[in-house]
Structure formats: structure tokens, C-alpha cells
Write a protein that binds this ligand. Structure first.
Ligand SMILES: Cc1ncc(COP(=O)(O)O)c(C=O)c1O
Length: 295
């Protein structure tokens, strides 16, 4: 098992200690980049098509044309995974606007840099999924100032980093961010779902994309899997008190999948253990991963 890195500047797959990029790369200088994070199942990245689609959407959102064909990206990921000899890998694909003079003007950088990082996949243990996470709703928002559309997965994650810092300072393990209007938006690196038992039965709810959040690939998948299980899914404007009063809460992301939240702002959710509906969905998601592994 190993970490392997591809750099378009050399065209080679290397070990981490040999992977060097220029300090004049705008990804480093300004977070002038876009990226995708995914995991493999059966050695192949899952939902690669949706990840590439979002990568191009993010790039278009910052006026960056990706000069690398999807086929080249797919082949290089496969080569990095093979070179790593990992059973399963965590995969990060980063495209920066490239190097240029030390000035903000993006027109002076003509050659985007591609970096692909492949590491051994590490997911939380089953015990962590069962006990769930302690999460804090932080007042800060990624959209404060409204400069970068949260639907763009850019290399600037300061909003999420500061939110996570605050959550940790308050004794939490993860953070949920709000919009400028105070609605629930998303987790620091995840989307948020909650379960309520309405008069017509159980339903799943998640903040609407219009709130300003990343359209998570796992969010989309979970919506599809829920419908297969006969669970209705509704998108809403969600306020913190509604989330705090939910029967169950969970976060979704490509690497952790479905992660239960069992403490929210210091208060216990679903009795402090993974909720029944969350467990049902997680089992369905695991079956989906198994099917991907079998090909
Ligand atoms: C801000 C943010 N929201 C949501 C997600 C979940 O997206 P996905 O399910 O595509 O991994 C991520 C993943 O990194 C994220 O960074």
C-alpha cells in the first residue's frame, strides 16, 4: 500500500517525496483551482462520470478550461492506483490554473496543472458509524461575502476549515455551516440529511441546492437509494432548530458515505446511536458499494 502522485508538469507518477510543484502555481498562491475527491470500489473510482461532470462545472464556474481529456484522467487514475498496489484508494484530482507571474491577473497563466493523488483508502470503523459523530452548527458560512459560489468545488476551503476549527473548539468532531440568512447549508465537507416521522410516515429531508451548497455526488446517490427503499425525500429551506429537533441526522460524502450524527450542539439525537432509518440507508449504500466492487 502506498501513496502515488501524478503531476502533469513532469508527466510522471511519483512517490510523495518526489512530487514537487512550483511555488508560483496559482493553486498554491490563491486557491485558484478546482478538485474532486472520490474513492474506489473494486479498484475503480465510483461515480467517476458524475465527478468529472462536477469537475468541469466547477472549472467553468471559475473560467478555467481543463485541457486534459476525461479518458486521460481516467487512465492516469487507474495507473496511479495500480502503482500504489492499494486494495482500495482515496483519489483526489486537482486542476489549478497553473503557474504565472506573481500577479492576480489570470490571463497570464496559460497552462493548467493537473495533480492526481492516490492514497490507501481509510474509512471510519463500523464502531464509529454506530456511535455517530458529535457535530456543531456554526454560524459562519462559506458564502459570506458571496464571492465564490458554494456549488463550485474550488481549492479554497478556508470557510470549511474555520468552521471545523470552531466546531472542534466547542468539543465537536465536525461542523455544519449555515447560509448568510442563517439556514442550514451543509457540513464542512459533506451534505446534511435528517429524518422526520411526519403524519404520513417517515420522510427524509435535505437542504435545497438553492440555499447555496455543493451538489454532493453522495447526496444525489442517497436520494436515489432512498426512493428505491420507498422513503420519500424532500428538499427544503432548513433552519437550525428544525435540524436539532429531527429524529435522525446524518452527513454524506464520497469517502465516508453515510455518517450518522448522534450529538448536535451538545444534545443527543436518536438516543445517541445511529437511527433505524439511517442504518437502513447505510445498509443499502453498502450494498451499492458491494455491487460496484463486483463490477
Ligand atoms: C463542502 C462540501 N459539501 C459536500 C460534500 C460532499 O460531496 P460528495 O458527496 O460529492 O463527496 C463535500 C465533499 O468534499 C464538500 O466538500
Amino acid at each position: 500500500m502506498a501513496t502515488k502522485i501524478y503531476l502533469s508538469t513532469t508527466g510522471a507518477i511519483t512517490d510523495p517525496e518526489d512530487a514537487r510543484i512550483s511555488v508560483f502555481d496559482r493553486g498554491f498562491l490563491y486557491g485558484d483551482s478546482v478538485y474532486e475527491t472520490m474513492r474506489t470500489a473494486g479498484g475503480r473510482p465510483i461515480e467517476l462520470g458524475r465527478h468529472f461532470e462536477r469537475l468541469h462545472r466547477s472549472a467553468a464556474g471559475i473560467g478555467l478550461t481543463i485541457p486534459f481529456a476525461d479518458e486521460m484522467l481516467e487512465q492516469t487514475i487507474a495507473q496511479c492506483h495500480a502503482a500504489s498496489e492499494n486494495l482500495e484508494s482515496y483519489v483526489r484530482v486537482i486542476v489549478t490554473r497553473g503557474t504565472g507571474p506573481l500577479m492576480l491577473d489570470p490571463r497570464r497563466s496559460e497552462h493548467p496543472t493537473l495533480v492526481i493523488i492516490v492514497q490507501p483508502l481509510s474509512v471510519p470503523s463500523e464502531e464509529v458509524y454506530r456511535r455517530g459523530l458529535s457535530v456543531v452548527i456554526v454560524g459562519t458560512t462559506k458564502t459570506q461575502g458571496g464571492l465564490v459560489d458554494p456549488a463550485i468545488k474550488s481549492g479554497n476551503y478556508l470557510g470549511s476549515i474555520l468552521a471545523l476549527r470552531q466546531a472542534i473548539a466547542e468539543g465537536g468532531e465536525d461542523a455544519i455551516l449555515c447560509t448568510g440568512a442563517g439556514e442550514i447549508a451543509e457540513g464542512a465537507t459533506s451534505n446534511v440529511f435528517y429524518v422526520v416521522g411526519g403524519p404520513d410516515g417517515i420522510e427524509l429531508r435535505t437542504p435545497d441546492l438553492q440555499a447555496g451548497l455543493l451538489a454532493g455526488i453522495t447526496r444525489e446517490l442517497v436520494c436515489e437509494l432512498a426512493v428505491e427503499l420507498g422513503l420519500p425525500v424532500h428538499t427544503h429551506r432548513v433552519w437550525p432548530d428544525e435540524l436539532r429537533a429531527a429524529d435522525e441526522v446524518f452527513l454524506t460524502s464520497s469517502v465516508r458515505g453515510i455518517m450518522p450524527v448522534t450529538t448536535l450542539d451538545g444534545r443527543s439525537i436518536s438516543g445517541g446511536v445511529e437511527g433505524v432509518t439511517t442504518a437502513r440507508l447505510r445498509a443499502r449504500y453498502d450494498a451499492y458499494l458491494d455491487a460496484c466492487t463486483r463490477g
